[in-house]
Ligand binder design. Structure first.
Ligand code: PMP
Length: 368
């Protein structure tokens, strides 16, 4: 069977085992005689799947009792608005750290809701690094501090997180690195992530929220109101049942891999293989991120010239690798190596990079 070596940034590679299990259960789920898409979202069969997904996430991420897991719609992008609408109270300001396009977008939406401030940024340096935690000075009246834990487009990732204390909740967009490594949930007020990178297909957004941040407010539209979703176990309206089912299978798969710690070990190894290819290339490949800010999920790099890059992207595609073009906003190349991308695919890519470098240099030498 043909399976691509898929380095897409999201939607991205899913574990083959998950797809096979979904295929086996496609026509008859839980002995219901129906496909999961035909089940009522109020049925006991679906409720079991839904609650299993939530419980699996709690188990895998060791989510403490005083947090709730919500499964919402509208992508991570809707959270850019929902967060300030729900927790940016009058007289307070929302602090943002800018580390890339997604943080900028999050800030843009918060500005429509209330007062905001930028407390650190690497924009002037083309977002090549994550600001140092000790350089972030929070405003006294901060309602929360927002960060993007992994910058999908620029390929940078936070290694340690600011200590904000309970009064200023730390809010993190973890769309592109949730479940990729162990994190201490108690440091955060809200964690949110679109599922389409490490958790499953698109269409579902996970929100992990400290319970005291969920407060009643009738002024907020119901679909954007954490309290309403919480009171209804994320079943206020019809959820994307197929996406939730696939999320539950991906989480089962993650447990079978040995959980987050084991996955993190493999992720380190995968990223090292590709960064080694960059670092060992005598400057032929150049990483966008500064070494101490490098992402283990999105490896971004450029080649010595536009021509070399075009040639590389053409040949890498011909060789059966998918999704290596950099984001349209910055160009270059990007290998997204989320949890479901096997180590062997990263090794294959590193080998390809070495071979391409040799052949490109040989051709160049001939034409000189
Ligand atoms: N935040 C980050 C870090 C992302 O990578 C993305 C999407 N690639 C988004 C937010 C937006 O997510 P969505 O498309 O699910 O709204």
């Amino acid at each position: 069977m043909k399976r691509a070596r898929n380095f897409n940034a999201g939607p991205a590679a899913l574990p083959l085992e998950v797809l096979q299990r979904a295929q086996n259960e496609w026509l008859n789920i839980e002995d219901s005689g129906m496909s999961v898409m035909e089940l009522s979202h109020r049925s006991s069969e679906f409720e079991k799947i839904h609650n299993h997904a939530i419980q699996s996430l709690k188990d895998l991420m060791e989510i403490p009792e005083n947090y709730e897991v919500l499964l919402l719609q509208g992508g991570a992008s809707l959270q850019f608005s929902m967060i300030p609408m729900n927790i940016l109270k009058d007289g307070k300001r929302a602090d943002y750290v800018l580390t890339g396009s997604w943080s900028e977008k999050a800030l843009k939406e918060a500005k429509k809701v209330g007062e905001t401030a930028v407390v650190a940024s690497s924009k002037d340096e083309q977002y090549t690094f994550i600001p140092k935690v000790e350089d972030i000075k929070l405003n006294d009246d901060a309602a929360y501090l927002h960060i993007t834990s992994n910058n999908t487009i620029y390929g940078t990732q936070w290694k340690d997180f600011p200590e904000t204390g309970n009064n200023i909740p730390l809010v993190a967009d973890m769309s592109s690195d949730i479940l990729s490594k162990k994190i201490d949930i108690s440091k955060f007020g809200i964690i949110y992530a679109g599922a389409q990178k490490n958790l499953g297909p698109s269409g579902i957004t996970v929100v992990i929220i400290r319970k005291d941040l969920i407060t009643d407010n009738d002024k907020i539209p119901s679909m954007m109101n954490y309290s309403i979703h919480s009171k209804n176990n994320s079943l206020y309206n019809t959820p994307p049942t197929l996406a939730i089912y696939l999320l539950s299978l991906v989480l089962d798969w993650a447990k079978e891999q040995g959980g987050v710690e084991k996955i993190a070990e493999i992720n380190e190894e995968k990223a090292k293989v590709i960064y080694d290819a960059i670092d060992g290339s005598d400057g032929f490949y150049k990483g966008h991120a500064l070494p101490d800010s490098r992402s283990l999920m999105n490896v971004t790099f450029t080649l010595p010239s536009k021509e070399a890059e075009v040639q590389f992207l053409k040949e890498v595609k011909q060789a059966g690798f998918v999704g290596l073009n950099g984001h349209r906003s910055i160009g270059g190349c990007r290998a997204s190596i989320y949890n479901a991308v096997p180590l062997s695919h990263c090794q294959d890519l590193a080998d390809f990079m070495k071979k391409f470098q040799e052949s490109y240099k040989a051709t160049e030498a001939q034409t000189l």
